[in-house]
Design a protein around this ligand. Structure first.
Ligand code: ATP
Ligand code: MG
Length: 304
């Protein structure tokens, strides 16, 4: 497991200003990273991912059995930061029945006709399940803040800061409501540098097997890099709370990002202190009777 003193540095302190320059996109750039070195980090990251996967599978089973909590994982990032790969690698060992992934694209006309949280509410995880939001209601204060013209009918043409402030407030209240009702909320911003994004886009443009991953909009949105960065900084600062803090995950190296996300999800679920439901004395007697009866069955007896 990753030492908590390292993980603490990734958390956005509630009520603090956020400057993404203060958070590394490459963990190797940090003093700790430099000290440990690339080869050892790669090795450790693989071990942590493997260890977390095994423990996450167990934690998920317990989450399902105890049926008292749900887990909502929110993943946000610039394009090509590795959201899909992170989900695939981190959740690889989890029972598919206990885990639901939802990817949110541009809203439909029907979705735009409702309040901005409506479409996300419909996809929240049930008790006992892990729900992953690949993009989320945060898009409504990120991409839409960069492109207010996408707000849809009924919204102001030129929204002011009060408008965005109210959306942050709505999000915080929404998360408070979920948390009070037994949902553990884990939010990750996969922090990738502009250079690394360029490298990944070029890979998508040159490797025929990755062509399908590239969309024309990717380059257009890259032009707005600064506005996105500002929108992220504002949103992270306004919505990192004690009950639902933001983690800024260094994502220039995929193996680092995956290990960190896996570790945080696993240890957070374990931190809930869940227990398998206790069986009543009455039920224990019945279980015992059933066992005795079953043991009495002849080995080759096909009769009812
Ligand atoms: P990939 O890694 O496959 O590119 P993706 O999550 O980027 O995955 P896309 O289909 O490329 O998926 O993009 C979805 C687009 O939908 C993004 O540009 C995102 O900003 C946009 N989007 C998501 N939610 C909203 C929203 N509420 N309003 C407007 N646009 C949204
Ligand atoms: Mg995309």
């Amino acid at each position: 497991m990753i030492k908590s003193k390292y993980l603490k540095k990734l958390i956005v302190e509630p009520d603090s200003e956020v400057n993404l320059k203060d958070f590394p996109s490459d963990w190797l750039d940090t003093p700790e990273g430099k000290e440990i070195g690339k080869e050892l980090i790669k090795e450790r990251a693989a071990e942590i991912l493997e260890e977390s996967r095994i423990q996450l599978a167990q934690a998920q089973e317990l989450l399902y059995a105890s049926d008292t909590h749900s887990v909502l994982i929110v993943l946000q990032a610039m394009d090509a930061a590795g959201k899909d790969g992170t989900i695939r690698h981190v959740m690889a060992g989890v029972n598919p029945q206990g885990c639901q992934v939802f990817s949110f694209k541009k809203p439909s006309a029907e979705e735009l006709d409702h309040n901005f949280l409506w479409r996300y509410m419909k996809s929240l995880p049930e008790r006992g399940r892990i729900g992953i939001f690949n993009r989320s209601y945060y898009e409504d204060v990120l991409v839409v803040k960069v492109h207010p013209e996408w707000l849809g009918p009924g919204a102001p043409a030129d929204p002011d800061s009060k408008f965005w402030q109210q959306r942050y407030e709505d999000i915080n209240n929404f998360e408070k409501h979920l948390s009070r009702n037994g949902t553990l909320i884990l939010k990750f911003f996969l922090h990738v540098s502009k250079d690394e994004q360029k490298r990944r886009f070029l890979e998508r443009l040159t490797n025929p097997e990755k062509h399908w991953k590239f969309s024309d909009a990717d380059l257009e949105e890259r032009e707005h890099w600064k506005s996105y960065r500002k929108a992220f900084e504002d949103a992270l600062a306004a919505t990192s709370t004690k009950r639902a803090p933001w983690h800024v995950v260094p994502a220039d190296r995929k193996y680092v990002a995956r290990a960190i996300v896996a570790d945080i999800i696993t240890t957070s679920i374990q931190g809930l202190g869940l227990k398998y439901p206790e069986v009543s004395a009455e039920k224990l007697v019945k279980l015992n009777e059933a066992r005795v009866k079953l043991e009495g069955h002849a080995a080759d007896d096909d009769s009812p």
